[in-house]
Design a protein around this ligand. Structure first.
Ligand SMILES: NC(=O)c1ccc[n+]([C@@H]2O[C@H](COP(=O)([O-])OP(=O)(O)OC[C@H]3O[C@@H](n4cnc5c(N)ncnc54)[C@H](O)[C@@H]3O)[C@@H](O)[C@H]2O)c1
Length: 449
C-alpha cells in the first residue's frame, strides 16, 4: 500500500519507517526543510534506538521517501497519516493548529477517488469531526467530489523503545465509522499482526478518548507513587520495598510505579493538561487529574529541596555533577524534562552545573539560556565521571543504563564531598552508606529524608 505520513517527529518518522519496513511504500512529509534535507542525507532529526538503520535501509530500497510537499506525496497515496505536534495552548488544551493546517492542505491537494485521513496525533475528543470539516471545506472550494473518511488511530509507542513498540504493539486502536476505511486500516496493520491479532476497533470518539485515558492513568500511577514516597520519607519507610510489594500484585502490575524526580516528556504533561481542559469545558471538576499534575510539578522540585536542605540552604559557589538530562533513558527528548527545572533552580541559587547525558546534549542546549553556558553556570561534559570532578555532589536525574552500576570508587575520588542525590532510586541506600556516601533517594525512609 502507498501511504503518506505528515510530520517526521518521534511519532511520524517511526510510523512511516515501520510501515516501510513491513513492505508498504511511504512518503514522509515535513514542513521543516532542514529535517527533510537531513533525512535525505541519512541524518535523523531525533535519536531513537534502532531507527537509523531502518530509515537508511528503507530509504535505499525506495520504500521510504521524504518531501516537504504534501501535494507531491498525495499524488500516489490515498491513506494520509497526520502525525504533527499537538502542544498545549495557553489554556492547557491541545493546540490543533498544525493538525488542522494539514487537514486543509489535504483538502486542497488530495487526488485519489477515495482517501482515508488518519489522526495519529493525540487529539481531543471531537477532533476527527473538525478534521473532516476542514478537509471538506477545501474540497468544496475546489468543487471536488473526492470521497474520504477520517479515522482515529492514536499512537501508544514509548520514546526510547519506539521502534519495538510499533513493531510489536500491545494493541492497535482504530476508531472508525466506515467499513471501507476499517478494511484499509486492517490491511495496513496486517503485517504487524502475524503472531497476535491486537487490533481494537471502536468508535472514533472512543479512540480519541482512549489515548488520553491511557496517558492520564500512567501519569496518575507515577504521581500516586511519588505521593506515597513523600509519606514514606516522613514515616521511615523505603518506597522501593513498597513498590516491590505492590507491583507483584497482578491487579496493580510492576510498571509505572517508580517514585522519582517527576514525569516529563512531550506526552504525559500535555495530555493530562488537555484532559483537564476537556473536563473543564464540559463542566466537570477533574479533581484527580488536577492533583496528578500538582504532585508532578512539586516532584520536579524534590531534588533541589533535598540538595538545598543538605547544604544548609546556601548553594552559592557550589557545583553539582548531573547524570542525565533527557526526560527518560533512551531518548534525546528534553520536553518538560525534570532536569530543566533542577538546572534552573541550581543556577538561580548561584550554583554551577556540570552535566552529562549519553545523547541529549544538543537538544538540552536548545532548552537552556545561552548565557548560562557563556558565563560558565552550565557546562556539558563528554564523560560521566568528568561531570563529578570537584563537584559537591552527584545528582542522578535520568536512569540511563551506564549510571545504574557505576564505579563508586571513581565517584568518591572525583567528588569534593561524597554525597549522592539519586532522583531515580538506582542505588541501595545501605550499600551507599557502607561505601561512605551520604545518600538521598526519593522516598527511601531514613536514608532518603
Ligand atoms: N512523542 C511521543 O512519544 C508520542 C507518543 C504517542 C503520541 N504522540 C503524539 O503524536 C503527535 C506528534 O508527536 P511528536 O513527538 O512526534 O512531535 P514532534 O514535535 O517530534 O514532530 C512533529 C513534526 O511535525 C512537523 N509539522 C508541523 N506542522 C506540519 C505541517 N503542516 N506539515 C508537515 N509537517 C508539519 C514538525 O516540523 C515536526 O517535525 C503529538 O500529538 C503527540 O502527542 C507522541
Amino acid at each position: 500500500m502507498h501511504i503518506s505520513v505528515v510530520g517526521t517527529g518521534y511519532v511520524g518518522l517511526v510510523t512511516g519507517t515501520c510501515f516501510a519496513e513491513m513492505g508498504h511504500t511511504v512518503t514522509c512529509v515535513d514542513i521543516d526543510a532542514a529535517k527533510i534535507d537531513g533525512l535525505k542525507q541519512g541524518i535523523l532529526p531525533i535519536y531513537e534506538p534502532g531507527l537509523e538503520d531502518l530509515v537508511l535501509a528503507n530509504y535505499k530500497e525506495k520504500r521510504l521517501r521524504f518531501t516537504t510537499s504534501l501535494g507531491e506525496a498525495v499524488q500516489e497515496t490515498n491513506i494520509h497519516f497526520i502525525a504533527v505536534g499537538t502542544p498545549p495552548g495557553e489554556d492547557g488544551s491541545a493546540d490543533l493548529q498544525y493538525v488542522l493546517a494539514v487537514a486543509r492542505e489535504l483538502g486542497r491537494t488530495m487526488v485519489a477517488d477515495y482517501n482515508v485521513v488518519v489522526d495519529k496525533s493525540t487529539v481531543p475528543v471531537g477532533t476527527a469531526d473538525r478534521v473532516r470539516a476542514a478537509v471538506q471545506e477545501e474540497l468544496d472550494k475546489r468543487g471536488s467530489t473526492i470521497k474520504f473518511d477520517v479515522v482515529s488511530n492514536p499512537e501508544f509507542l514509548k520514546e526510547g523503545a519506539a521502534v519495538d513498540d510499533f513493531m510489536r504493539p500491545d494493541r492497535v486502536v482504530i476508531g472508525v465509522k466506515d467499513e471501507q476505511a476499517a478494511k484499509l486500516m486492517h490491511e495496513l496493520y496486517a503485517p504487524f499482526m502475524r503472531n497476535h491479532e491486537v487490533i481494537v476497533t471502536m468508535g472514533v470518539r472512543d479512540a480519541e478518548m482512549t489515548k488520553y485515558a491511557a496517558n492520564a492513568l500512567l501519569a496518575t500511577k507515577i504521581s500516586f507513587m511519588n505521593e506515597v514516597a513523600a509519606l514514606c520519607e516522613r514515616l521511615g519507610v523505603d518506597v522501593e520495598q513498597v513498590r516491590k510489594g505492590i507491583g507483584s500484585d497482578s491487579r496493580i502490575g510492576p510498571h509505572f510505579i517508580y517514585a522519582g524526580a517527576g514525569y516529563g516528556g512531550s506526552c504525559f504533561p500535555k495530555d493530562v493538561k488537555a484532559l483537564l481542559r476537556m473536563a473543564q469545558e464540559n463542566g466537570l471538576d477533574a479533581w484527580l487529574l488536577d492533583a496528578v499534575e500538582r504532585r508532578n510539578d512539586r516532584q520536579k522540585q524534590r531534588l533541589f529541596d533535598k540538595i538545598g536542605h543538605h547544604f544548609g540552604g546556601d548553594l552559592k559557589g557550589r557545583s553539582f555533577g548531573l547524570w542525565g538530562l533527557a526526560f527518560k533513558p533512551g531518548t534525546d527528548d528534553m520536553r518538560e524534562a525534570p532536569s530543566l527545572v533542577l538546572i534552573g533552580e541550581l543556577v538561580q541559587a548561584g550554583a554551577k552545573v556540570l552535566a552529562y547525558d549519553p545523547v541529549a546534549h544538543e537538544t538540552a542546549r536548545r532548552e537552556l539560556p545561552a548565557e548560562w553556558f557563556d558565563n560558565g553556570s552550565v557546562r556539558f561534559v563528554e564523560h560521566q565521571y568528568e561531570a563529578l570532578e570537584g563537584a559537591d555532589a552527584l545528582v542522578l536525574v535520568t536512569e540511563w543504563k551506564p549510571f545504574r552500576n557505576p564505579e563508586f570508587a571513581t565517584i568518591r575520588e572525583a567528588l569534593k564531598t561524597p554525597v549522592i542525590f539519586d532522583g531515580r532510586n538506582q542505588y541501595d541506600p545501605e550499600q551507599m552508606t557502607e561505601l561512605g556516601f551520604v545518600y538521598y533517594g526519593i522516598g527511601r525512609g531514613k536514608a532518603g529524608g
